[in-house]
Write a protein that binds this ligand. Structure first.
Ligand code: GUN
Length: 295
């Protein structure tokens, strides 16, 4: 799956899409039409792009989707009312509330209001708890699940590996650590979770067999922080001003790709690495939610 030392996230995502599309047809032949609803609040440009891509890919795999857009001024109560309606709607199998939400709305209260059975983002406290406990009946958050699947399909040895995760957010860093430290197949790693208060991040990185960068600092991981031959996964999406670009800016990851690629054993390109995997895992989760709803 690697061209040179690149881990091709687009190609691996397509493998997962193929399996999901088959699962969708099998469900449809039993009269089950998988459906998910995206909820977006406000006009955050990145969220618009992400939700648009999720809709397009859903349609390609035969999964019905609908997007509810609320104004930036929507209240928490309004959002909770919509979630309650979606929880009760038997035709809806997956609900995704796109983050970030406006500051006056509590993300944790919103995520906790989504039925855990429709929580295809894996953000509900019950699903977070199941992940911690190694209970596979829950849903894993899509980005860390996608990184995990990338490592597995790129044949990276995870058991016993020293893995350094940069960033302790609830969407990527923390669940990523929980997935990789389980006593389970394709896990069993020694995980170090670094963050803004870590004393010597570079020293931790230099010990790592696998670095997963998800802290949201443009090109933070430099070549002198990477052990030759290490696997480097870049989850970051950062917009940098660039007067030479038509849009006036360009997207870069959390890894200084040009300088790290020559010494890495394997590395994810960005774009084309983790991004497509997040969507692939979301659609796999939604299809599984539709299947589970019939039991
Ligand atoms: N914002 C950034 N990543 C995600 C994600 O995986 N799910 C949701 N709902 N919002 C996000």
């Amino acid at each position: 799956m690697a061209a040179g030392n690149l881990i091709d996230g687009r190609a691996i995502a397509e493998q997962i899409h193929a399996a999901t599309a088959q699962h969708v047809s099998a469900l449809k032949s039993r009269g089950i039409e998988p459906k998910q609803v995206f909820v977006r609040v406000g006009e955050d440009p990145a969220s618009k792009v992400y939700v648009g891509m999720k809709e397009k890919t859903s349609a390609r795999l035969g999964i019905a989707s609908e997007t509810r857009v609320l104004p930036e001024t929507a209240t928490e109560a309004e959002l909770l009312t919509i979630i309650a309606q979606l929880n009760a709607d038997r035709a809806v199998h997956g609900i995704l509330i796109q983050a970030p939400l406006p500051k006056h709305i509590s993300e944790s209260r919103i995520f906790a209001a989504v039925s855990p059975d429709k929580d295809v983002d894996g953000f509900h406290p019950i699903n977070v708890g199941k992940l911690m406990l190694g209970d596979e009946t829950g849903f894993h958050p899509c980005t860390p699940a996608g990184v995990h699947e990338l490592l597995i399909r790129a044949d990276v040895k995870i058991a016993g590996a020293e893995i350094v995760i940069l960033g302790r957010g609830n969407i990527v860093g923390k669940p990523m650590a929980a997935i990789l430290c389980q006593k389970a197949r394709h896990a069993d790693a020694t995980v170090t979770l670094c963050h803004s208060r870590t004393r010597d991040v570079a020293a931790h990185c230099r010990r790592a067999d696998i670095i997963i960068a998800a802290m949201g600092v443009a090109e933070f991981v430099k070549a002198d922080m990477v052990k030759p031959g290490a696997v480097v996964v870049d989850v970051g999406v950062n917009r940098l001003p660039d007067p030479s670009a038509k849009s006036g800016s360009r997207l870069v990851g959390d890894v200084d790709f040009a300088n790290v690629q020559p010494i890495a054993g394997l590395i994810t390109p960005n774009p084309g690495g983790v991004g497509p995997m997040t969507i692939a895992m979301l659609l796999a989760n939604t299809t599984r939610a539709a299947e589970l709803a019939t039991r």
